[in-house]
Design a protein around this ligand. Sequence first.
Ligand SMILES: C[S@@+](CC[C@H](N)C(=O)[O-])C[C@H]1O[C@@H](n2cnc3c(N)ncnc32)[C@H](O)[C@@H]1O
Length: 201
Amino acid sequence: MKDNFAHRAAEWDSPEKTKMTEIFVAEMLRHIDPQPHWKALEIGAGTGLVGLQIADKVGHIVFEDTSAAMLDVLKQKMDEDSNSETLHGEVYDYQQQDIDLAFACMALHHVPDIEKTLHHLAGITNAGATVVIGDLRLEDGSFHRFEPIPHQGFDTDILTEQFREAGFEVQTAHTYHVLSRERVEGVITDFEQFILVAKKR
Ligand SMILES: C[S@@+](CC[C@H](N)C(=O)[O-])C[C@H]1O[C@@H](n2cnc3c(N)ncnc32)[C@H](O)[C@@H]1O
């Protein structure tokens, strides 16, 4: 399994990344009310900056990621007796149907096959489960200009339709934050981040 984040893992937990995940979690918690009996799955969990903010609100949480290096950083932050586990692999490697909440922050654009992923999510979630995605709206490619990635952000109308076809009702898909970045020297570009909240039918 290719680990495109191996060289970034040790430095990932910067104040900037922490702030970005806090903004995402605050928006997520405006739309969902995690319950102590819920089992949660974070896709592309990385070093756990998002999921660790949710962990004490749910019964159990699985942190899934294709990067062993990112998960190694996360493991150093996990309590031994915590309600959490890591899954080194793709989302397809999770195969029980018992998830009440699945979420991904800035990870879905790294996942090649969105339709396959959403159908898999439909297969591993309980009826009424919630899926929350935080990611970039369509961008001009400058956000990841030094690394090839499967998706240069998302058109949320298309993503909404893909969720519907996989068996979910989308409750909201809206911009919650704008990242201003100097990806090209001397040019500040605004990258819109959206949150999409879906419920399994
Ligand atoms: C931009 S980072 C975001 C990490 C974390 N969600 C955060 O907000 O700090 C993207 C993460 O997705 C992971 N990733 C890349 N491709 C993946 C895939 N196909 N399945 C699951 N995770 C993947 C990467 O290893 C990386 O940890």
